[in-house]
Every structure is written in C-alpha cells, then in structure tokens.
Design a protein around this ligand. Sequence first.
Ligand SMILES: [Zn+2]
Length: 620
Amino acid sequence: MKKILLINFLIFCQLSFLKAQDLGWQQRVEYEMEIDFDVNIHQFDGNQKLTYYNNSPDTLKRVFYHLFFNAFQPGSMMDVRSRTIKDPDPRVRDRILHLKENEIGFQKISSLKQDGKDLNYKVVGTILEVELDKPLLPGKRSVFKMEFKGQVPKQIRRSGRDNKEGIAYTMTQWFPKMAEYDYEGWHANPYIGREFHGVWGDFDVKITIDENFTIGGSGYLQNGDKIGHGYNGIQDKLPGKNGKHTWHFVAPNVHDFAWAADPDYRHTILKMEDGPELHFFYQADTLVENWERLPEYTKKHFELAGSLYGKYPYKQYSVIQGGDGGMEYAMCTMITGHRKLPSLVGVTVHEAMHSWFQHIFAFNETKYAWMDEGFTSYASNIIEDKLFNENKFYPHYGSFSSYKRLVDMEMQEPLTTHSDFYTRNGIYGVSSYSKGALFLSQMEYIIGKSTFDKAMLRFYNEWKFKHPKPIDLLRIFEKESEIELNWYLEQWIGTTNTIDYGLKSVESEGNGTAIVLERVGNMPMPVDVYVEYTDGKIERFNIPLRIMRGVKQEEFNGISNKQLESWPWTYPEYKFTLEVSPDKIKTIEIDMSMRMADIDRSNNYYPEKENPVTFPYIGK
Ligand SMILES: [Zn+2]
C-alpha cells in the first residue's frame, strides 16, 4: 500500500513537473518567400514555404493564417467598425467603403499544401481557416507551401501604396501570416485596425521589383553588392536584370517582416560603435534638414535604451518614411516624415522603443496593449526627457494628465479590455498609452526606483523572445522587491478604481503632532508622506500596505526614511505621530514624487495649497 502510494506520489510529482514546464513552450516558424512585384498594377505574386513547428503539448487539427490586406475592402469588419465606432479615426472613417476595385487590398490563395498534400481552406475576411490533411502532433512539424497573389491597397491605415507624403509602398502586414497558438489557444484575431501578435522564427525573403525602387525593412540584405542603392557602401543604383532587382533579405529570430519601397528614397547609414547599424530612408523634399539631424538622436536613443532596458539584440535598425503616423515593426519603423524636429525625434524614439516591448518581449499586443503601448510610452517619456535635456521633475506628467481627464469624464474601461473592443478609439488610446505608462511609474513608487531598475533588466534577461504575460512581469517585480504585488495588478488593470489619499488632520497631541491620513479612493496604495521642518530638514515616512508583506528599499539619497506600521487597506484612516510640535513643521505632503496617480492632489498638503506644487528637492 505504502509502495503504491509512493509510486503514485512520484508519478504525480512528475506530471506536475511536466505541467509547469508546459507553459514554457512556444511555436516556431521558418518562412521562405519569393515575391514578384508589378509596380504598374500594384500587385505581386508570392510563393511561401512555411515550416511550422508544433512545440505545444496539443494535437492541432486546424491552423489559421492572417490575410491582413483583405481588411481593405468595402464591408470588411475593419470598414464597418471604422464607420460605426463613436469616434472614428480620421485616417480611416469611410475611406475603405469608397475604395475602387484597383484600390482595394487583397490576398488571394491559389494553392496550399501540407507536406505535399492539398488542403481544404476557407477565407473568412482577414482569416484563412485551414483544415489539416494530417493532424499535427505535439513536437512535430509540417511544411506548408502556398501560392498567393496580393494587391496593395491605397494607403489608409498603416500599409498601402501612395501614402499622403508620396511614398510608393508601405508593405506591412502584407503576407499570409500564421496566427499565434500558445497555452491560451489560437489568437486568430480578425484585423480591425489595431495591434498584432505573431510567432517567433526566421524569415528568408526575396523581393523582385523594378530596379529604380529602393527597399528598406526588416532583416539583413544579402546581396547589397549587386544592388547598391546605398547598401554595402554603393550609392549608385546598379542595373538589374530585365529592369528588375531581386532583393534577398534574411531576418533571424523575429515575429514579423515589413518593408517599404520608393524610387526617391535617400538612404543613409550611421554605424554605431557598440550598437546596431542605423539606416534611414526618406524623400529628400520637405523638412529634410530634420531627417539629417535624426541619426544623432536615434544613436543616443539606442545607447540610453540599451543601458536602461537591455541591449538591442539585432545588428540593424531602420527608420523609414512611410505609413500614416508611426508604427513599429521587426528591426524597423514606418513613420511619416513631414515633421518638425521634436516630433520627428519623438516618433522615432517611441517606435524604436517598441523594439523592446513589441518586438523583443513581444507581449500579445491585442490583449495587453497597455503593456506594449504603455511601457513604450513610459520609456520614451524618460528617454525624450534625457535627449532634449528637459530634466522634468516628473516626466510622466503628460501620461498622468491624459489619464486624469479620462477619469474626470467618467469614461474609463478596464485595461483588461481587448484592444479591438474598447468602445472608443480615444478610450483605447488613453488606457493603453497613458494608464499603461502609469503602471510602471507607480511600480517605481511602490517598490522603489533602484529595485525597479534592477527588475527591468532582470525581466529582459529572463523573458526576452518569450511573449511574457502580465503575471510574468509581476513575478519579476515581486522577486526583486520581496513585496507581494497581485493586488496592484488586479486593481490597476482589472478595475477602473481610482486612487485618492488625503491629509485629514494635523493636530498637536501631547508634546508632538498627530497626523491622520484618509483613503478616499477605492484603490489602496502604500503612502509616502514627506515632512519638511522649519529648520529645513526633510523626512520621508513610508506606510506600506499590510497586503504587501514587505517594504520598499531606500530611495532618494539625502532624505531620511522612516518605515511606519503597515496600513490594513480596509481601514479608512491611518494615524501616526511626530515627536515635534506643529509649530516646528513647515509643510507635509503625500507623495512628493508625484508617481502615485492620485486623482485629487488638493488634499495632499499641509498647510493646504491652492495650486499644488511639489518640493523641488527630489527627482529621478
Ligand atoms: Zn506605440
């Protein structure tokens, strides 16, 4: 009996070990594509060989591909959504509805085989639903061969031809792309206009196109010596074969492949000593002087971002004029170029910063836009502040004000909302970019800046190239700080609860002073109280939440720090006393650092302040 129990126990241990390991798998793709492009009719013929590795513990009977270009057809989900959402994106509105036959986008599949056998498939809007000939077993791979034709839509959103600045082709989301399958299942999201999620792998792409066109994009060009166009130190456009060049790109370890082409691109390169080779592609027309200054800023960005968030792991990055604003892709970005310098640098910094969050970590942006856009905004707030030597007291103030406006309008939706499902574009924007950025600046506040900085680098080392989920990041912050943080994720992301703490009273008590704080908002937070005495000395009192089961480390040199008893969050009030009488106290302030997103700071001061300003002593 005992023996059987022991064996059962051992089997149980092994199974649970396997189960824990199971969460660590991810699918893998190897794409080989050959594209023959006709610039006269904006169409291309494509061959795709995709080796798909099922590393999951599941048997797959179906697979799904994205056919993003099909979104640019009248009546598509994207068209209808863009016209019926309460605050339409001015770039889209009803423009898809009015596209003519030769202006729509499409991806038409003419044949699809799995390991040599023809497959049944169905095109359902922007998704290709494929029944497998043979189920794909755990640990096995299949080779899918596809022939397809694409028509590049007139530029409306992100991809397309002839954007408003006259860039011929912005080729993003342009090829039939395998949807991601992970332990949450398939992510065959229809393309409605925003955010992506893809499978990690290697891309080998050959693009045959009119010899006058210069291409910039993902990957490393293998045959620059035969092509020129600014590659391999050859400025000339070398002659092609029958008026065309075949550009051969290889992009290892990415989850997407994008490119742009234009006959009028100027192509310049800045080689960083300890960093990627930076490529710039732009039409040398309007505001060209700003593009000429952009490389020095981009270089500084890569240096700063590398030291703060981990080294950029690829050998190349390209800033390409194209698209309809700014959008991040593998090893490159497409941005519009007719901009003043701060705007041009700002958009480049933001999109290049995405290389970390959208690309190297590759959060599922459709589900967790707040991680992708929010963390990118957080980091670019900091980097822009350094690039322009602004030295702002609190660089995330812009993010805070947008968030606060949303709160004031009572229009919040929880950040757990899938990015396509926010009821308004504006609510998606503020929630993902601004409230998402505040997730990190408040994390700094909760666990302390130096612990936070270490955690970000640890997160990079442990989770790069792995599609981490919110809980994976939270666990890193917990391990680094030894503070329990689940409550923070649940409240800030899963609810629309807001934070408001106030100084209720400051009164003499015996020989000292009694300070009573109150929690006005529904969301609990640890509270830092700064006291400045009449002799100029400043002290910080840190009140952790009881549910944190830990306290933050020292922050801000030169300011003494006193840990007080933890605050059980259900208590509406909290009292502590100072040993000095009220007349020795000049000011008291809740969270002088401003990192806690307190929606009403008017009750944070003693004596009360009409126009709340903070102490000038501390910063970053
Ligand atoms: Zn972004």
